[in-house]
Ligand binder design. Structure first.
Ligand code: KIV
Ligand code: ZN
Length: 432
């Protein structure tokens, strides 16, 4: 709903690498209520889950992993609540996680009784370290767990034909698994499920722990897409964590390498350093003129909900969302922004230095853009006087006045608000 085409300014240099951009949004799956929740100091209450669910639906997620119902009675009850109270919109599918173990799979299907459509996400760990040190199994032992899990999922699904079932399999700790072995496990699972292009299954390839630079993860995804059996009947899904701070980059490169779907959370809450932040990735797409197919227009509401439900703060410099990200303190930035904003009138595209998008696109205002402290220059100060008090001051006066504002800021060692600036202006030039 932007007034402007976003990010024309920054998209321009990108045109030199036209094949190195994501052309369309991936399918998104929110894992806030599962991976996000399991990482919290205090897991969400039923009320918090319910509130976050409503927000995720409002943001426009079409697939939402709502919990691990066989492992937690709270998750079980939450799934029942959604189904029994008819809270799942027609175009939204709930997803639940389960380990590849018989009693857990059976309980999971009980939790889902009566669902119109559901994704059953089954996983087992395949990495060398887990295989050798946690399970004490060889490769065949791990394949057997996955195949038995897939068979049990199929058998349970057959018992509840009234639900439209979608199956998802994760070789957990994919990035710590020999890739040829990961491929073997996945091929064994899909041989059980026999997907077709009309009824695909989701193969999720988690960077359970981020272990490499994002290009390596992307290479793994590309290799996997090229070599996996039945590629046309699979949705390749990414699930990255942020241990090296590159969860978003890895997902972006993974999509460019051929993946169809991305799992992540709002603001990146999740185990350890978090899951891939969907807000950042979606806004990155938006800023390059690609419709992210998520509605982030009311960013403050989203942040408020996430904060209240997770009890975690959002960093003021969080990409796109933090409260300081559309704020310029330095004089040269303020000057450039002021000049560019003055030329925006009548344009159809956004082209303002230092502001990669129009802050209004996510419900922020220009009021936040220029704030004054001891680092600020004449441009910003003139802008505030004009914006808030209608005073268009000549250049010589802004040069003169900026000295007084700077002195005031240094003395008070604080930001100088518009009222204090005007007060000083009156005292200095308008006889009090
Ligand atoms: O990070 C991970 O590997 C997971 C799986 C259970 C998909 O959360
Ligand atoms: Zn995870």
């Amino acid at each position: 709903h932007s007034k402007y085409k976003p990010f024309q300014a920054i998209a321009k240099p990108d045109r030199r690498w036209p094949d190195q951009r994501i052309e369309a949004a991936p399918l998104w799956c929110s894992v806030d209520l599962r991976d996000g929740n399991q990482a919290l100091i205090e897991p969400m209450t039923a009320r918090q889950k319910s509130r976050l669910w409503d927000q995720l639906v409002k943001v426009g997620f079409k697939e939402i992993e709502v919990g691990f119902p066989s492992a937690s009675s709270h998750d079980f009850n939450f799934v029942r609540e959604l189904i029994e109270n008819d809270r799942i919109p027609e175009d939204v599918t709930i997803q639940v996680l389960v380990q590849a173990r018989q009693e857990l799979i059976e309980k999971t299907f009980e939790a889902l009784k009566g669902a119109r459509r559901a994704v059953v996400h089954v996983y087992n760990s395949t990495s060398t370290v887990q295989r050798e040190q946690v399970f004490g199994l060889d490769r065949q032992g791990i394949i057997d767990i996955a195949v038995n899990g897939a068979e049990l999922v199929q058998a349970c699904a057959d018992k509840y034909p009234e639900t439209e079932w979608v199956f998802e399999y994760s070789p957990e700790s994919f990035t710590g698994t020999e890739i040829d072995f990961a491929l073997e496990v996945v091929n064994a699972v899909t041989a059980v499920w026999q997907p077709t292009p009309e009824k695909p299954v989701i193969i999720n390839l988690p960077a359970t722990v981020e272990m490499s630079t994002p290009n390596v993860y992307a290479d793994q995804i590309e290799w996997f897409c090229d070599n996996v059996a039945r590629r046309d009947s699979l949705l390749i899904s990414l699930h990255t964590h942020n241990d090296r701070g590159c969860g978003v980059a890895a997902a972006e490169l993974g999509v460019m390498a051929g993946a169809d779907r991305v799992e992540g959370t709002l603001m990146g809450n999740g185990e350890r350093t978090g899951n891939m932040d969907v807000v950042t990735m979606a806004m990155n797409l938006y800023s390059q003129g690609v419709d992210p197919k998520l509605n982030l227009a009311n960013m403050d509401e989203i942040i408020q909900t996430v904060k209240e439900c997770t009890q975690l703060p959002v960093h003021p410099r969080h990409p796109w969302a933090g409260e300081l990200v559309f704020t310029a303190f330095s004089g040269s930035h303020q000057d450039a922004i002021k000049k560019c904003l003055a030329q925006q009138e009548g344009r159809d595209h956004w082209d303002v230095a230092y502001l990669p998008i129009d802050p209004a696109d996510i419900g922020r205002s220009y009021q936040e853009v220029i704030r004054i402290n001891s680092q600020s220059g004449k441009g910003g100060i003139a802008y505030v006087l004009q914006r808030d008090y209608g005073y268009e001051i000549p250049r010589w006066l802004s040069v003169d006045f900026s000295g007084s504002v700077q002195a005031h800021a240094e003395e008070s060692e604080a930001e100088v608000g518009p009222e204090a600036i005007f007060d000083l202006f009156q005292k200095t030039y308008l006889n009090g």
